[in-house]
Write a protein that binds this ligand. Structure first.
Ligand code: AMP
Length: 216
């Protein structure tokens, strides 16, 4: 199964991708997570990507396409995957189609998460993540038992430096301008499934699974 999870930042793509990946035993490939790791490890790609990410801009295609190509041809991607946060531009989507053609495989579906901007700003502004295990919390909706401490591993919680209000607004503008045209792109390829990303996490998960089971 080869899936793309599409939608604005804070739409719940990552949360659902983790659950769906676990159910079908396929990897979740988050370009954002890969870049954050590269920054933490101070690799060449990380150093190049950092200033774009801090401003809420897209990282240049050649960096992203290199990362994705490595995954698609790796052993890890053999039995399918969920692309979470990729593609984000029409050019990336076209390049992805070329890679897939070369590998003689096809996408199964593209799940598009719809969420209003006001909801995104609230969700991301209060989002906190664990430095050690990556578990996600929210200052209002999903508080950790002990302030700033992860329930799972006792790690320290932190706020992503692109989850500040000003940067979130920029990420939303970038989404509108560069990423949202992908909705029509995948609609035309008959791959798109729209999901109301404002519903309850469990309800959304069940909807996605019901749709995928029909497609399998
Ligand atoms: P995310 O964790 O998906 O919200 O991504 C965080 C940031 O990483 C984005 O705001 C971009 O700066 C960068 N990024 C992630 N995926 C891509 C992509 N496919 N193309 C360009 N930039 C990306």
């Amino acid at each position: 199964m080869r899936l793309i999870f599409l939608g604005p930042p804070g739409a719940g793509k990552g949360t659902q991708a983790k659950r769906v990946a676990l159910k079908y035993k396929i990897p979740q490939i988050s370009t954002g997570d890969i870049l954050r790791k590269a920054i933490a490890n101070e690799t060449k790609k990380g150093i190049e990507a950092r200033s774009f990410m801090e401003k809420g801009q897209l990282v240049p295609d050649e960096i992203i396409l290199g990362i994705i190509k490595d995954y698609l041809i790796s052993q890890e991607g053999k039995n399918g995957y969920i692309l979470d946060g990729f593609p984000r531009t029409i050019n990336q989507a076209i390049e992805l189609n070329h890679f897939l053609e070369e590998l003689e495989v096809k996408l199964t579906a593209v799940i598009n998460f719809k969420v209003e901007n006001g909801v995104v700003i609230k969700r991301l502004g209060g989002r906190r993540g664990c430095k050690s295990c990556g578990a996600l919390y929210h200052l209002e909706y999903l508080k950790p038992t002990k302030e700033n401490v992860c329930n799972v591993c006792q790690g320290e919680l932190y706020q992503r430096n692109d989850d500040t209000e000003e940067v979130i607004k920029n990420r939303l503008l970038v989404y509108e301008r560069l990423t949202s045209p992908l909705i029509v792109f995948y609609q035309r390829l008959n791959l798109l499934k729209e999901i109301d990303g404002e519903k309850d996490i469990e309800v959304i998960f069940n909807e996605i699974i019901a749709f995928l089971e029909e497609r399998l």
